[in-house]
Structure formats: structure tokens, C-alpha cells
Write a protein that binds this ligand. Structure first.
Ligand SMILES: Cc1ncc(COP(=O)(O)O)c(C=O)c1O
Length: 416
């Protein structure tokens, strides 16, 4: 799970502000002493520091780059936002309906329901399936906090499963975790790579379990000719800004082929009220807003093209990185991975990350803390693969607007 504020830069905006504040504090003190000459020097220092910091941020190669994206579709985005403002309908209006229809079509399913976030999409799916206190849900141990937190929100217990060699839930280790309290499996198409949904579906069916797909990182990924989002009883998406299909704020959606599930979810996102007036069941307020839906409709048109750019970048990384200590993601079928993140492995990843940081290239670890180690879950268990990977993984810059020269620059540093 990442956020704009959560994304750590080599030199952060907060850092710049702190420096400015420090200098202003010094200037004030000096002026108070009427030492104008020294104060003037401090002011020059402050200006130089600001310019240097701005240039440094500007030149950084970032994990994601929202500004380049916005510039490329500015006219369409501005006009979509203006349309919403002029219409004066801000929540659950025509933009949401239109987006829901188009997103369902894109995923190859009958229904989509817009909600406030990916976390809510997961939580509401669990509520719709009456999963709660006393129940267990199997989730991967290496994923965003939100996957397991949604289970916790429902009152059920998340049961953690180890990763396979591709960082995905190890399907072979799931049967040993199933007992009479188990109600669902919640696989995550982590980093943008689709899980083997045929195997997972067969396993869920054999044990009479629900299957809830966490598609938050994999809009457009395909497993065996069929997009993610259409394999589970419910499939859950996040439109958090960093995602392959990201809003300019929070948002999420649940997709399903069941009319019954669809109707229940629409009620659950609106205080449990089927008709927006009468509520006969527990529900919450979790609505996608009109501005975000209008933005998402613009960006949905570009999703396949932008996913292709990500795939091209992944190929280029593969071609240019020759350092034998680095293990890069490999795919059998180009369509199964949409590279939400480009996660590599190396035993010396900490030193590689340090070198990249020095050269003004941002890297991150997804995720620095495996879920069983999160204090909130306080979970005992051994997860051999995930624990090994967590010491070696690091994410390189990956977004549709990354330039070939930038990929070459990163590869050169990694090969040195
Ligand atoms: C795998 C996964 N699941 C769920 C979520 C939750 O989405 P949101 O941040 O929109 O609540 C995220 C996003 O961070 C995610 O990466």
C-alpha cells in the first residue's frame, strides 16, 4: 500500500519545508539582533537551498509520476471535472453509473459497484457474504496491509499463507490452512501479476469456500485469456492514485456476475438501504464520488495502452540489467502481468537501494513488514519464502511515462 505522502523521496517536500523553516528561524533571530549583513547572507543561503531542492525533486526518477500523466491528458481531465462542477451532482450520479457500466464491460463481467476505496470493496464483499466473527479468511502474508485489515474489519480472522516464487499466495500451502471455520480465500494479484485462478477456483469449490479476488494492483491483468475481476464471487479494485487505474483521490469498485450480490452491495454502500430510503440491514456510507468517476472514465480509455507501456518498460529492464546478483520478474505469458510494481530481488538490495538513492532514483520495498509481523495481527507462524523474499525485494521506478533513457540510466547504475 503506498500513498503520495507515504512515498519516501530521497529529499522530500517536507524536508525542504523544514529547511526553509530552519533558515527563516535563523533569519528572524539575526534580524532581532539587527545584524542585517549576516541576515542578508542567510537569505541568499535560503534562496540557494530552495532552488537546489526544487531542482533535485524535479530531476528525481520517481516510482510513479502523476505530473507527467496529468500533463498528457490535461484537456480531457479538466473538461471531465468541469462537467461535474457545472452539473452540480457530486455523489452517486450519472458519472458513477457510466463508469460502473464501462468498468464492468472492461472486466468482462455483468456488474460493477463503485465504492469509496479498495479496502471498503473488500470489507463490503465480506459483509455481503455474511462473513464475520468466528470465521476465518485465508490471505497471503505478503500483501498490502489493507487486504488483511478488511478481514479484521469484518470481525473474521485473517489466516496467513506463504508466498510462491512469484510472490503470490502459494496455492499448494492453502489446503493445510483450511478448517471448519474457514469461509473464504482472498488471493491478491500482487504487484500486477495474476494468480492461477483456475487452481484457486477449483480449490475453493472443492472446500465450499467463497473466492474474493483482491485486484487492487492488477487492473487489466489476464489469467488464461480472461481478465482478473471476473473469477471470484466478488472481485475488488482500488483506484488509489498510484494504481494502474488510479483516481485523483480515493475510490474503489467491486465486480461480480451475480445479480443478487450486485443488489446487496449497492445497498451495503448506502447504509443498507435498497431504495436509498429504507434500511433493513447493516450498511455503511462508502460511495464513489462523481469527480473521481469522471476522471476514471477518462483514464479507463488509456488503461490498455498504459499497461502495454509498463510491459515494454519491464522488457527493457530485462534486456538492460545484466547484474547477475539481481533476479528480475519473469512471465510465461505477457498478458498475465501488468507491472503495477516492478519488484526485483537481490541479496545486496540495501546497498543497491543506497546507490540508487544517491543518484536521485527512488526505490521502495513492497512490503517492509510481512503481515504476520504487524503488531495488529500478532500472528505466530513461519513463512519461509515470504521471509526470504522480504530481505531481498526492492521496487524500481515503473509507470507508463518512464522514459527509455531513464530505464537505461537505472540499469547502468545497477550493472556498475
Ligand atoms: C493489494 C491491495 N489491496 C487493497 C488495497 C486497498 O486499497 P485502498 O487504498 O484504495 O483502500 C490496496 C491499496 O493500497 C492494495 O494494494
Amino acid at each position: 500500500m503506498q500513498s503520495q505522502s507515504r512515498i519516501s523521496c530521497g529529499i522530500s517536500r517536507q524536508g525542504v519545508l523544514n529547511n526553509i523553516a530552519k533558515y527563516l528561524g535563523n533569519v528572524k533571530t539575526l534580524l532581532a539582533e539587527l545584524n542585517f549583513r549576516r541576515a542578508k547572507n542567510w537569505l541568499y543561503g535560503l534562496c540557494a537551498m530552495c532552488i537546489y531542492s526544487i531542482l533535485k525533486i524535479h530531476n528525481m526518477i520517481q516510482i510513479v509520476d502523476f505530473i507527467r500523466e496529468y500533463k498528457s491528458i490535461k484537456k480531457e481531465i479538466d473538461s471531465a471535472i468541469n462537467r461535474v462542477l457545472r452539473r452540480g451532482v457530486f455523489v452517486l450520479g450519472p458519472e458513477v453509473e457510466n463508469f460502473e457500466k464501462n468498468f464492468a464491460k472492461y472486466c468482462g463481467v455483468k456488474y460493477a459497484v463503485g465504492v469509496a476505496s479498495g479496502t471498503d470493496a473488500l470489507y463490503l464483499s465480506l459483509l455481503a457474504l455474511d462473513i464475520g466473527r468466528g470465521d476465518e479468511v485465508i490471505v497471503p502474508v505478503n500483501t498490502a496491509l489493507a487486504t488483511a485489515m478488511a478481514v479484521k474489519m469484518s470481525g473474521a480472522k485473517p489466516v496467513f499463507c506463504d508466498s510462491d516464487e512469484n510472490f503470490l499466495i502459494d496455492i499448494n500451502k492453502i489446503p493445510a490452512l483450511i478448517n471448519k471455520r474457514t469461509k473464504a480465500i482472498m488471493p491478491v494479484h500482487l504487484y500486477g501479476r495474476a494468480c492461477d485462478m483456475e487452481k484457486l477456483r477449483a480449490l475453493a469449490k472443492a472446500h465450499k469456500l467463497f473466492l474474493i479476488e483482491d485486484c487492487a494492483q492488477a487492473h487489466g491483468a489476464v489469467w488464461n485469456g480472461k481478465k482478473v475481476g471476473g473469477w471470484g464471487d466478488f472481485s475488488c479494485f482500488s483506484f488509489y492514485p498510484t494504481k494502474n487505474l488510479g483516481a485523483y483521490g480515493d475510490g474503489g469498485a467491486v465486480t461480480t456476475n451475480s445479480e443478487g450480490h450486485y443488489k446487496k452491495l449497492r445497498a451495503l454502500r448506502f447504509y443498507g438501504a435498497h431504495d436509498r430510503v429504507t434500511s433493513a440491514m447493516f450498511g455503511i456510507n462508502s460511495r464513489l464520488d462523481e469527480k473521481q468517476a469522471a476522471i476514471l472514465s477518462v483514464k479507463l480509455k488509456y488503461l490498455d495502452k498504459w499497461n502495454q507501456k509498463r510491459k515494454n518498460t519491464a522488457k527493457l529492464y530485462g534486456k538492460l540489467i545484466s547484474n547477475k546478483n539481481i533476479i528480475l520478474p519473469k512471465v510465461n505469458n505477457e498478458n498475465e502481468h501488468v507491472y503495477h510494481l516492478f519488484v526485483a530481488r537481490a541479496k545486496n538490495r540495501d546497498s543497491l537501494m543506497k546507490v540508487l538513492k544517491k543518484k536521485n532514483i527512488q526505490t521502495l520495498i513492497h512490503y517492509p513488514l510481512l503481515l504476520h509481523n504487524q503488531p495488529i495481527f500478532n500472528y505466530k507462524g513461519r513463512f519461509a519464502n515470504a521471509e526470504k523474499h522480504s530481505k531481498e525485494i526492492f521496487s524500481l521506478p515503473m509507470h507508463p511515462f518512464l522514459k527509455k533513457e531513464e530505464v537505461a540510466q537505472i540499469a547502468k547504475i545497477l550493472n556498475a
